[in-house]
Design a protein around this ligand. Structure first.
Ligand code: NIG
Ligand code: FE
Length: 411
């Protein structure tokens, strides 16, 4: 079962030598092959090159890509797509001038979503979540991380993680699960945060680990949520269960969360809208990926992550959607890539690198997806007829996708 894609106008993100992630000046380089072919066998990329060297074999399918381009599917390393209902009522409060924090203080926010999720059956939650997963795959996402964090009780957190597990089992794209029990402090623990931390560490985490329900641990390290000390305690506990950190830091305030993440070998530190010089310095020469979420900045009207500054300081940078009901109700990576160019001043090359190979690294999938490399999964975007790959971020609010292929299969 081999498929040939021939006459590809430009094959994008070609990496003959495997790359772990790209940083600094290397992010400006996006290797491509013009007038290319690509062979897919048993769901994997097995060959590619210039059309001149195209093999003349008996392929089971031949796809003529004249005028069109092929790139690896987007790697969305930060989402909250398992949730119940949505929060469009808060959207209007926000239009009327309330801030994210004011909405949360008025009984909205994460606790509002948690109440809804606790009242929703596991099957209903799965049905609602799979619609979002299918929606993002159709928009070109071929690998995704999904967090818990709208449960906030032992039972509801496990319910969310079981839903993620069921999505993993039923869908062909790689999915990573993150335990985010430390997303907000439930009302019952308003005056007893330590009690909630004990519950999270002594009850939730052992069950999450025992049932193999998570790959990573996350904390919303922020004023009014979890302090740096709380974060360290949770990350330390996570370590004993083999859960590497991927954490929410510096969304509204810079309080030392980045440093705590680096110290605990976080795979990624995400949000970073508020970055001081020392935050940037602490990320230098580490293996921690800074992740920007421009959809969240766009929706909440908060600053954008200073990605230009991070990359110019020699750091790597990844892009993700943060798809969730409160701060980024969109899982459209095409929009994220455009917004990174328009608002964060990334070049198309940098934005595509950030949304593919660096996103793959931010969920431990750099050997599986994120580039056109032999042996990687054939999770591919076939574009419409376009002039150049610059059209992908340029035509914001639209996308240039004609067909998405997952493991070489047309969606
Ligand atoms: O990444 N900031 C923390 N968590 C989510 C928002 C959650 C919500 O508002 O429902 C985020 O922005
Ligand atoms: Fe988030």
């Amino acid at each position: 079962m081999a498929t040939l894609f021939k006459n590809i106008k430009e094959l994008i993100q070609v990496r003959t030598e495997p790359v772990t992630f790209l940083s600094g000046k290397n992010m400006k380089i996006l290797p491509t092959i013009k007038n290319a072919f690509l062979v897919v066998e048993d769901g994997l990329i097995t060959d590619f090159g210039k059309m001149g060297g195209c093999p003349n074999l008996d392929f089971s399918e031949v796809i003529d890509a004249t005028g069109k381009m092929i790139l690896p599917t987007w790697c969305d390393s930060h989402t909250h797509i398992v949730y119940a209902g949505n929060r469009e009522n808060e959207f209007v409060d926000k239009i009327n001038g309330l801030t994210y924090q004011e909405i949360a203080n008025n009984g909205g926010g994460i606790l509002n979503s948690a109440k809804r999720l606790q009242e929703t059956s596991e099957d209903d939650l799965y049905q609602q979540s799979k619609v979002r997963l299918e929606e993002v795959v159709a928009l070109g996402t071929g690998a995704v991380e999904i967090k818990s964090g709208y449960g906030l009780t032992v039972e509801a957190e496990l319910k969310m993680l079981r839903v993620i597990k069921r999505l993993k089992e039923n869908y062909a794209i790689p999915i990573k699960a993150t335990f985010l029990g430390a997303h907000a402090i439930p009302n019952e623990y308003k005056n007893n945060k330590e009690g909630y931390l004990d519950l999270l560490i002594d009850k939730m985490m052992p069950l999450v680990a025992k049932n193999h329900l998570a790959d990573y641990v996350d904390v919303f390290c922020e004023e009014g949520y979890f302090s740096v000390e709380d974060t360290k305690r949770i990350l330390q506990a996570g370590k004993t269960y083999g859960l590497q950190p991927k954490i929410h830091v510096n969304q509204f305030t810079s309080i030392g969360g980045v440093q705590a993440g680096v110290k605990h070998h976080a795979l990624s530190v995400d949000h970073l809208e508020e970055m001081g010089k020392d935050d940037i310095e602490s990320l230098q020469n580490t293996k921690t990926m800074p992740v920007g979420l421009p959809g969240c900045s766009f929706f909440l009207g908060i600053p954008y992550t200073p990605a230009r500054q991070l990359i110019d300081a020699g750091l790597p940078f990844a892009l993700a959607t943060d798809y969730n009901p409160g701060s980024s109700p969109s899982g459209n990576m095409n929009f994220v890539v455009s917004t990174a160019c328009i608002k964060m001043k990334l070049t198309p090359e940098e934005a595509i690198n950030a949304a593919t190979i660096n996103g793959a690294y931010a969920m431990g999938l750099e050997n599986t997806v994120g580039s056109i490399t032999k042996g990687k999964r054939a999770n591919l975007i076939l574009t419409k007829s376009i002039n150049s790959y610059g059209c992908i971020p340029y035509a914001f609010g639209n996308h240039q996708i004609e067909t998405v292929f997952i493991n070489g299969e047309k969606l």
